[in-house]
Design a protein around this ligand. Structure first.
Ligand SMILES: Cc1cc2nc3c(=O)[nH]c(=O)nc-3n(C[C@H](O)[C@H](O)[C@H](O)COP(=O)(O)OP(=O)(O)OC[C@H]3O[C@@H](n4cnc5c(N)ncnc54)[C@H](O)[C@@H]3O)c2cc1C
Length: 474
């Protein structure tokens, strides 16, 4: 009987071994499995922090695969060319991957699938990054959901298959194809001084993500409803980077949340399940209306006179965490040091940039793309357009978050301010001081200087935004 040819498993945002349908299908096919990661343009053009975080994840996966007698081949180049050369060199008869849903990945994958199929290769794409395929969730009239709540209602009782286990045996090829090395890739090169400061804040790899999920459902989820809006409290899962890179699967999270719900996790567990569906919603929007990642979802907003100058003094103050607005500055510094920012803080800094500073959400989206280790093309785009008012399910234009009253509600004991702003306190915290170790020296900031005055009065900024929205040309 002829030996089954090897299968190339092209890994992208699915950097795990468990609950991996494409991986299981590759093993089930019967031949050797050759896991591959390709550093193509979509990887090369990522921002500094996500690219660095990706490198950590790949190192972890490589070690896990090695432990199981397998490996991870690293190659640089255009995806189709790399896969064709691997097929040629290994005699592989199949290429499998997990589906991606952002417009750039879809365009690439369609092209690769068509060409390899034409070559006679068995090409399969599998579910893995989402729970619900975007084309399977439809409104009663046949369209896709543009508003979150009806989508939640449509999917909350759906059957989500139980997660798959890790393949027991991953058959290795007799000879491994040549691989580049992570050291040569220097994915952290653009991090400059920030990498050492940021590293202790990372939860890297599949095992760590599973451990965190277990801790979260055992100890945190019950209070999720009450604590998830408090930025200084460990009240959320902290799994966004793991989900963005696929170190954990959404259905592993879903089933853990469902179990917590059944075991008395109550409202907290239900709200957390809803958050997982916000992530699905973002990808459904990106799939059905790809323009959300590059332009105003509501196209009439193209006529709105946003400031588009990234180098304007107030925009620079926003980026550097020196607006004189403590909630905004704490949040921007938190992101610089940890690669993450609390969700409430993301809403506040996004509202402040687009409303108080009347600056384009694209400026903020780009800054987040550069600095978030949990950067995700769909959630980031949706989050910014939600805050700016240009998205499908957006906050109304007249809702301008007041960063001062938000502090009264969500940082009553000033713990968040203390954690991130050194200049305001006689004995600054280590985290607040670490910001000054991470930022470029050229910013000329020091913990010993006075905390800046507000760059814009809150009432004045709010009124300016409301006037601009009232006068909008549509
Ligand atoms: C302007 C802006 C930009 C954002 N950019 C990103 C981004 O690049 N990457 C990213 O993962 N999230 C983004 N979010 C969503 C949200 O802030 C983060 O997912 C959340 O803070 C992650 O923390 P957590 O893992 O502790 O979440 P939890 O509260 O524990 O929620 C569990 C998971 O649900 C998903 N989720 C939660 N809230 C949202 C949401 N509002 N939208 C979509 N998914 C959600 C995430 O995958 C998260 O890990 C953005 C939000 C805003 C307002």
């Amino acid at each position: 009987m002829a030996k089954t040819t090897p299968t190339i498993l092209w890994l992208r945002r699915d950097l795990r071994l468990s609950d991996h349908p494409a991986f299981c299908a590759a093993v089930a096919r019967g031949g050797a499995v050759i896991p591959v990661f390709i550093r193509d343009d979509l990887v090369q053009t990522q921002g500094a922090a996500p690219k660095w975080r990706l490198g950590l994840s790949l190192a972890d996966l490589q070690a896990r695969l090695k432990d199981k007698g397998s490996g991870l081949v690293l190659r640089t180049g255009e995806a189709l060319e790399v896969l064709r050369s691997l097929v040629r060199d290994t005699g592989a008869g199949a290429v499998y991957w997990s589906r991606a849903y952002d417009p750039d990945s879809i365009a690439r994958d369609k092209h690769v699938k068509a060409a390899l199929t034409e070559d006679g290769v068995d090409v399969q794409s599998h579910l893995g990054h989402l729970m619900f395929e975007p084309w399977t969730v439809e409104t009663k009239t046949g369209g896709f959901y543009k508003v979150y709540t009806p989508m939640w209602k449509a999917v909350r009782d759906r059957e989500v298959p139980e997660p798959l286990t890790t393949p027991g045996n991953i058959p290795a090829p007799e000879t491994w194809p040549e691989s580049e090395t992570l050291e040569d890739w220097t994915l952290g090169a653009d991090m400059d001084r920030g990498a050492d400061v940021c590293l202790p804040h990372q939860l890297v790899g599949e095992e760590a993500a599973q451990g965190r999920l277990g801790h979260f459902v055992a100890h945190v989820i019950g209070d999720y409803n009450d604590k998830r809006d408090l930025p200084a409290v460990d009240g959320t899962s902290g799994l966004s980077a793991s989900l963005a890179l696929g170190e954990i699967s959404p259905r592993q999270c879903w089933h853990a949340g469902q179990r917590a719900l059944r075991d008395g996790g109550g409202k907290g567990a239900e709200t957390w399940l809803q958050e997982l569906v916000w992530r699905e919603f973002a990808y459904h929007l990106a799939y059905h209306t790809p323009r959300i990642t590059t332009g105003n979802w509501r196209e009439e907003w193209d006529a709105f006179p946003w400031n588009e100058d990234e180098d304007r003094a107030d925009v620079i103050a926003w980026k550097q965490g020196r607006t004189g607005e403590p909630f905004v500055d704490a949040a921007m510094r938190e992101m610089y040091v940890t690669g993450r920012m609390h969700n409430r803080a993301r809403m506040i800094v996004a509202s402040y940039l687009t409303k108080h500073l009347l600056s384009h959400w694209k400026i903020g989206k780009r800054w987040f793309e550069e600095h978030l280790t949990d950067w995700d093309p769909a959630s980031n785009a949706m989050g910014w357009q939600w805050a700016a008012g240009s998205g499908p399910d957006a906050t109304p234009y007249f809702r301008v978050f007041n960063p001062e009253t938000q502090l009264d509600k969500f940082d009553r004991d000033a713990a968040y301010r203390k954690a991130w702003i050194a200049e305001r306190y006689a004995q600054p915290t280590d985290t607040a001081l670490s910001y000054f170790k991470a930022i470029p020296k050229s910013w000329g900031m020091s913990p010993d200087t006075d905390y800046p005055d507000r760059i814009v009065g809150l009432k004045e900024g709010r009124q300016r935004a409301l006037d601009a929205y009232e006068d909008r040309p549509f």
